[in-house]
Design a protein around this ligand. Structure first.
Ligand SMILES: CC(=O)N[C@H]1[C@@H](OP(=O)(O)OP(=O)(O)OC[C@H]2O[C@@H](n3ccc(=O)[nH]c3=O)[C@H](O)[C@@H]2O)O[C@H](CO)[C@@H](O)[C@@H]1O
Ligand SMILES: C=C(OP(=O)(O)O)C(=O)O
Length: 456
């Protein structure tokens, strides 16, 4: 069995999804309401932050996704007691019994997530050592961790690479540092925050990422007693403190899931009310959605996304760090672009290999060409490096049914949308991977009127 399939099955099994394949009878618009919970890209980091406290934390709106379960398992191995709260979606995290981990167990739990790398700072503070297994996450580029390791060294960590992962110690404790990131990496910014808050002295981070999920992590850390200033021009200053308390927090909604269902509404000519979605964190997406010809109504408790009739229009998009067009939005939106009348361009500037998912779309009849050049207008890091990172999508096309295999989280969701729009019965396999970031997506599809059956 290949490792992609193993990851997919393990991820699905962790959230009780036993089916491996979905057969979808396409052509029906998705209509109805769904409710979001907290963001995968915040909740998992908030769980790690609980390790920094000297008392219990409470996190609300936690989605039942496999990445959350992976982090829960890792926390458990380290002696953080994680229990379900009295209400659905509430986690209680008690770090008072934190202890050194058993390496073999960690190895078994790292599988599908990139979060283990963020345990470094908190574990070094709590125990003076950390072991980080090989990382998972979507295979959409090389995804090195050089920024993380360099940052940790600046704080005083000693890094030792082992065949099974990375071991880290801090023989002289951790001290504040001046750090400048070569690229505003989300994970490396979080690494700095989670390490600096309890390091001796002041840390100045330049070139920081400022995604809404990072700002919500800053909110959490401030609740815990941290002193963090977010300045203009991607500068973050952190004054280290000796102790942090537990927090009580409701997680920011998952704007990536919201954008995915919005794209599904548009591509299937449907109408979906996405409960919990908010305008402020989705401004950039909403502009593009409108330019493509989608319509939305913003309410206090969510956003209604729908196809208002008429032709969809082509767009030129460049993915970018916040406040730009988020890379995780492009894969689901590409399906709507296959329905637009004219030629669209998507220039992917965050990951060098995020177009693997289009092969299946071409098999389904889409007209998509991938290019090595930077076609969006601005040259990016990948332009001179031979990476297939620009897509040209010509439409409108009616997709036909096919058997497709989910390659990664967002690519997988876009395959689901493609199958939902296609004429005939498509089979989408490896669907377990989708459970990494979409809570109860099978029930949501049911609620929205999709016509499908699950298979093993
Ligand atoms: C769990 C989580 O929150 N995942 C999100 C996070 O991923 P993640 O935090 O992994 O993404 P980064 O922002 O770190 O990566 C951005 C770019 O920086 C590069 N890089 C990163 C670190 C490093 O040490 N060296 C390096 O070269 C990466 O290869 C990539 O080209 O932000 C991405 C960009 O918004 C999102 O697509 C992911 O959904
Ligand atoms: C790339 C993604 O996630 P991760 O960083 O967890 O692989 C994603 O959510 O689309």
């Amino acid at each position: 069995m290949n490792s992609l399939l193993q990851d997919a099955q393990a991820a699905g099994a962790r959230v009780g999804l036993t089916a491996e394949k979905i057969t979808i009878n396409g052509g029906r618009p998705l209509r109805g309401r769904i409710q979001l919970k907290g963001a995968k890209n915040l909740v998992t980091k908030a769980m790690v932050a609980a390790l920094l406290a000297d008392g219990p934390s409470e996190l609300r709106d936690v989605p039942d996704i496999s990445d959350v379960r992976v982090v829960r398992g890792l926390l458990d191995i380290h002696g953080v007691k994680v229990t379900d709260g009295p209400e659905e979606g509430v986690l209680l995290l008690d770090p008072t019994g934190v202890e050194s981990a058993h390496m073999a167990d960690i190895d078994a739990h790292a599988g599908s997530s990139r979060i283990p790398i963020l345990f470094c700072g908190p574990l070094l503070h709590a125990l003076g050592e950390a072991f980080i297994p090989d990382l998972g996450g979507c295979r959409i580029g090389d995804r090195p961790i050089d920024f993380h390791l360099e940052v940790l060294r600046r704080f005083g960590a000693v890094v030792e690479k082992l065949p099974s992962g990375i071991r880290m110690t801090a023989p002289n404790g951790l001290h504040g540092a001046k750090v400048e990131l070569p690229y505003p990496s989300v994970g490396a910014t979080e690494q700095v925050l989670l390490t600096a808050v309890k390091s001796d002295g002041i840390t100045e981070l330049r070139g920081a990422a400022i995604e809404p999920e990072i700002m919500d992590l800053v909110n959490i850390l401030q609740k815990m007693g941290a002193i963090i200033t977010v300045d203009t021009d991607r500068v973050i200053r952190i004054e280290g403190v000796q102790r942090l308390t537990g927090y009580s927090h409701t997680a920011l909604f998952d704007r990536n899931e919201a954008a995915s269902w919005a794209a599904a509404a548009l591509a299937t000519e449907g109408d979906i009310f996405v409960g919990g979605a908010r305008q402020a964190e989705m401004l950039t997406f909403l502009n593009v959605f409108r330019k493509v010809g989608g319509a939305f109504d913003i309410a206090d408790d969510g956003i209604r996304f729908y196809h208002p009739g008429g032709d969809l229009k082509p767009v030129v998009i460049e993915t970018d760090v916040h406040p730009g067009f988020m890379t995780d939005w492009q894969q689901p939106l590409v399906i709507a672009l296959t329905k637009a009348k004219g030629v669209s361009i998507v220039h992917e500037t965050v990951y060098e290999q995020r177009f693997g998912f289009v092969d299946a779309l071409v098999d389904m009849g889409a007209t998509i060409e991938i290019h090595k050049e930077c076609l969006g207008g601005h040259p990016c890091r990948f332009g001179q490096r031979n990476f297939n990172h620009s897509a040209v999508i010509a439409g409108p096309t009616v997709l036909h049914a096919a058997d497709v295999e989910v390659p990664d989280l967002r690519g997988g969701f876009s395959h689901l949308i493609a199958a939902l729009t296609a004429n005939g019965r498509s089979t989408v396999s490896n669907v377990g991977i989708i459970s990494r970031g979409y809570e109860n997506f099978i029930s949501k599809l049911q609620q929205l009127g999709a016509d499908f059956v699950l298979e093993n």
